[in-house]
Design a protein around this ligand. Structure first.
Ligand code: FNR
Length: 380
């Protein structure tokens, strides 16, 4: 009932805030530094003005988009997000199944809490992508890539905006560790949410690292694992190793988009990691037209950061994106109600895409062109 009453992703966010401990909510909701990029990602969508055409017979609308050359029911992809079982014990499996039901791809994170093989077995009908961070331990990175290939993953998503961890100050202030510790600080919060803690205790040991013994912050873990020495030569190596489609995520300029496409990327994601890495990084939606123009038809261009509605997704497609990635939008659903919450989030986004296209006078994503939007100077 709580989920059915949610009319928007913002409603799911409010429900999520009540369901999970503060430190977990803040880990998902927050960004880096002063959270300027986080706020700007959202503010950019408020600048969108749609320019509808009328009398276009929008009785039949096709919301599908060709993503990596195959149809996706919506121009949406579920973004890779780490530690998903911390948000709800159903974790990645529930998210992947919801993606399959909605007919869209899902990217499993390197920092996932379900292995690539386990997820493939649990959601065989879902288009599965595997996200890779280059680890200091290159043998381990290579092994992850091989396992994803063995488990039939369609695409590898190499994230390149995290040579080191971003400054996640909410995590520092909340004393957020992995796994979340029941301390004097978190006790009252935990006591108010016994169901969530019970979920955590039933969570299987995490596969990628022995998190149960870890006890550090996400940033400390990231800095221990991620390789700040990663370079274009490594991208070439990953390209040689991976037989499937290669997506490079975290590109923030037309120049870098061009160089990764020259190195063999099939798609780029214009992204500032949802405002979680470099604060004051460029706003992906604003960078998108230049990247799309530079890349042309050489590769697909996706964008993420701040997408909270179907209208946001439609706007990004108008500005040149083949598809948008969504992170927090589905995580709010997951935190609010597990798999049912993710399904609710995707139902909301799908209905909004359809309705926005109809009101715009667009019957397919081909009609979503730059002429359909104007960027207002401010979000008013
Ligand atoms: C992320 N993101 C991310 N990206 C990635 O490549 N690997 C990862 O493990 C994670 N982990 C992660 C955890 C959480 C909790 C969030 C919110 C985000 C970034 C993610 O893929 C995506 O770029 C952003 O979430 C997009 O912004 P929105 O949609 O959340 O505003």
């Amino acid at each position: 009932r709580r989920l059915a009453a949610a009319a928007t992703v913002a409603d799911l966010r409010r429900a999520a805030r009540r369901r999970v401990p503060r430190a977990v909510f803040d880990y998902v909701d927050g960004g880096a530094g002063d959270e300027l990029s986080l706020a700007r990602n959202r503010a950019a969508f408020a600048r969108i003005e749609f320019r509808p055409r009328v009398l276009r017979d929008v009785s039949a609308v096709d919301t599908s988009a060709a993503v990596l050359g195959s149809p996706s029911a919506l121009p949406l992809v579920l973004a890779p997000t780490g530690f998903t079982r911390m948000m709800h014990h159903e974790g990645e499996v529930a998210v992947a199944r919801a993606a399959g039901r909605a007919g869209i791809p899902y990217a499993l994170s390197t920092l996932g809490t379900t292995s690539a093989a386990e997820l493939a077995a649990a959601a065989p009908g879902t288009r599965r992508w595997f996200q890779l961070y280059l680890w200091r331990d290159r043998d381990r990175s290579e092994e992850l890539v091989r396992r994803a290939a063995d488990a039939g993953y369609e695409a590898l998503v190499l994230t390149v905006d995290a040579p080191v961890a971003g400054a996640r100050l909410r995590d520092v202030r909340n004393g957020m560790t992995l796994p979340p510790a029941l301390t004097a600080r978190t006790f009252v919060d935990g006591a108010l949410r016994p169901g969530w803690w019970l979920n955590l205790l039933t969570t299987a040991p995490l596969e990628f690292a022995s998190l149960r013994q870890w006890g550090g912050t996400v940033a400390e873990l990231a800095d221990q694992m991620f390789d700040p020495a990663a370079s274009l030569a490594d991208l070439a190596q990953v390209r040689a190793l991976w037989p499937g489609k290669l997506v490079v995520k975290g590109v923030q300029s037309a120049e870098d988009a061009l160089s990764v496409v020259e190195a063999g990327a099939d798609a780029v994601v214009v992204s500032n990691h949802g405002g979680r890495q470099l604060d004051r990084a460029p706003v992906p939606l604003e960078e998108l037209p230049a990247v799309a123009e530079a890349i042309g038809s050489r590769a697909e261009v996706y964008v993420d950061g701040g997408v909270r509605s179907g209208a946001d997704a439609v706007a990004a497609v108008c500005l040149g994106a083949t598809a948008v990635l969504v992170g927090r939008a589905y995580l709010y659903g997951l935190m609010a109600g597990g798999g049912a919450g993710v399904r609710r989030a995707l139902d909301i986004l799908g209905a909004e895409v359809r309705q926005t296209m109809q009101l715009l006078g667009a019957t397919s994503v081909k009609d979503l062109t730059p002429e359909r939007v104007r960027l207002r100077p401010s979000g008013r």
